[in-house]
Design a protein around this ligand. Structure first.
Ligand code: ATP
Length: 361
């Protein structure tokens, strides 16, 4: 069991600063995900934790012991990459046994641990197959068993599912989650796929341009995004622009069409001026007394449809309609859109930072 502490970390590539100053504390046994768009520094950070990248300043500690100067092999880490990196001439079992051999684990224990690790990823029945005779998902299971079998202090995974097709990705992310829960190994996982991050993680660090935007559980990040970047990166959202109007000492938002809402108790004292309002698709439904809108189009997705409508303000709002409740909408159809105010998040329009201190009631 291991905690990981990243303290004032800085990484430069030549004169380009990839990570200016990063602080994260990862808990014992936690499944922690680094999530962000391409080039935000996720892989760079993971390689720093592994010991493959130099560090310009700051410290990385495992259980409060600084490991900056430890070689990768002295850090006791297991790694899983997107290209499975199995030895092609060795069977699944031999691939898994390799790390135990180099650690001089004796033969009977080796055999037992290999069997256990392969069973943990449901690959014991294929242990004599060569990697070439295994599917991508099966190869990734072997790679996971190989990382787990050495009982590392820390498990690091860099986009392990990105070479798999959509269905296998879902299956494998469940397998990874299950293996991590059982082993309780502190895990740092890198992905650019927000849905995958939400499905597997205890906590997520959302990164942009080498800077951590927010750390929290999937639900915290989804419900209370710290800024407009996080609101847009995690899940889908509609961003409306409105003004805070002060009326009789109360902070009001005028949504248009006679719909206004008192947000005084939900926002920081003194917050004023222009705001961006994150409206999740599930916070919108067709109902009387809402904002008037005109249907732009509808995409049928089986269980539900994704509908886009244009408000009188010209803003586009996307929302969902379950198929069993609606038989479809016509382009140009006039509708009234009711908002669930308790699900909205307000951001300062200039800084993009959340101004919320509680939910709108
Ligand atoms: P992706 O999802 O595309 O892998 P990432 O979030 O993992 O992206 P990194 O690979 O960590 O991002 O890259 C972060 C920044 O550092 C990028 O601007 C990238 O161009 C730069 N970078 C990464 N590796 C090097 C290198 N070896 N030399 C110079 N710049 C690099």
């Amino acid at each position: 069991m291991t905690t990981i502490s990243l303290n004032a970390l800085r990484k430069e590539y030549g004169d380009q600063v990839a990570i200016p100053n990063l602080n994260i504390d990862i808990r014992d046994g936690e499944f922690f995900t680094l999530l962000g768009p391409s080039g935000c520094g996720k892989t760079t950070l993971l390689r720093m934790i592994a010991g493959f990248n130099s560090i310009e300043s700051g410290t990385i500690s495992f259980d409060d012991v600084v490991v900056n100067d430890r070689s990768p092999s002295a850090r006791n880490i297991g790694m899983v990459f997107q290209n499975y990196a199995l030895f092609p001439q060795m069977s699944a079992a031999k691939n898994v046994a390799f790390g135990l051999q180099t650690r001089s684990v004796d033969k009977p224990e080796r055999a037992q641990r290999v069997n256990e690790a392969l069973a943990a990823v449901h690959m014991d029945h294929l242990k004599d197959r060569l990697p070439g005779a295994l599917s991508g998902g099966q190869q990734q299971r072997v790679a996971l068993a190989r990382a787990l079998v050495i009982r590392p202090a820390v498990l690091l995974m860099d986009e392990p599912l990105s070479n798999l097709d959509a269905k296998l990705r879902v299956e494998m992310r469940d397998a990874i989650r299950e293996a991590q829960r059982t082993s309780e190994i502190t895990t740092v996982y890198v992905t650019h796929d927000q849905e995958e991050a939400m499905a597997v993680s205890d906590r997520i660090a959302v990164m942009n341009l080498g800077v951590v935007q927010q750390v929290g559980s999937p639900a915290e990040i989804y419900r209370n995004p710290a800024n407009t970047f996080v609101a847009q990166f995690i899940g889908k959202t509609n961003l409306l622009t409105r003004n805070i109007l002060i009326q009789n000492g109360a902070s009001m938002i005028d949504f248009g069409d006679g719909v206004s809402k008192d947000v005084t108790s939900a926002i920081n004292a003194g917050a004023k001026g222009e705001v961006r309002i994150s409206v999740r698709p599930e916070a919108v439904r067709i109902a009387e007394g809402g904002l008037s809108a005109e249907i732009i189009d509808e995409t049928f997705l089986g269980s539900h449809s994704q509908v886009r409508a244009r408000l009188a303000s010209g803003e586009t709002v996307e929302f969902l309609e379950f198929s069993h409740r609606s038989s479809g909408r016509d382009r140009g159809e006039k509708v009234s859109l009711a908002l669930d105010f308790s699900m909205l998040t307000l951001f300062d329009a200039e800084t993009g930072e959340s101004i919320m201190r509680g939910a709108i009631t």
